[in-house]
Design a protein around this ligand. Structure first.
Ligand SMILES: [Zn+2]
Length: 116
């Protein structure tokens, strides 16, 4: 992934929207594969059924994380619209560009993030 400039609204919006599109696609495709597992369940034995249940639990967890990421991305887009993107929501300091390039949806600067 190429780095973007967090002060460039157009670049930021492009990055956030691209991530959102990726996530939406991943969520849709995981729903498809889960539906396929459910259809197969009548044919599998007990052990592989346990595997399937475990796999399903992991898939649910992955979905939950992706849904959370979507929420964070939507919040980041809202901050961009409000003109406060890249500013820590807690202390008002600028968030380092390096951190935003790692995770464009970050809402906290490094100090506030490590304070927990
Ligand atoms: Zn802060």
């Amino acid at each position: 992934m190429t780095d973007f400039d967090p002060t460039d609204d157009v670049a930021v919006r492009a990055v956030l929207l691209a991530r959102k599109a990726d996530l939406t696609r991943l969520i849709a495709s995981s729903k498809d594969s889960r539906a396929a597992v459910e259809l197969d369940q009548s044919r599998v034995g007990r052990l592989s059924r346990m595997d399937a249940i475990q796999g399903q639990a992991m898939a649910i967890e992955t979905d939950r994380r992706r849904a959370l990421d979507l929420t964070r991305l939507a919040a980041a887009l809202a901050r961009l619209d409000a003109g406060v993107y890249g500013v820590c929501v807690r202390c008002g300091e600028e968030i380092a560009a390096k951190r935003l390039n790692f995770d464009p949806a970050l809402a906290l600067c490094v100090d506030c993030a490590t304070e927990g």
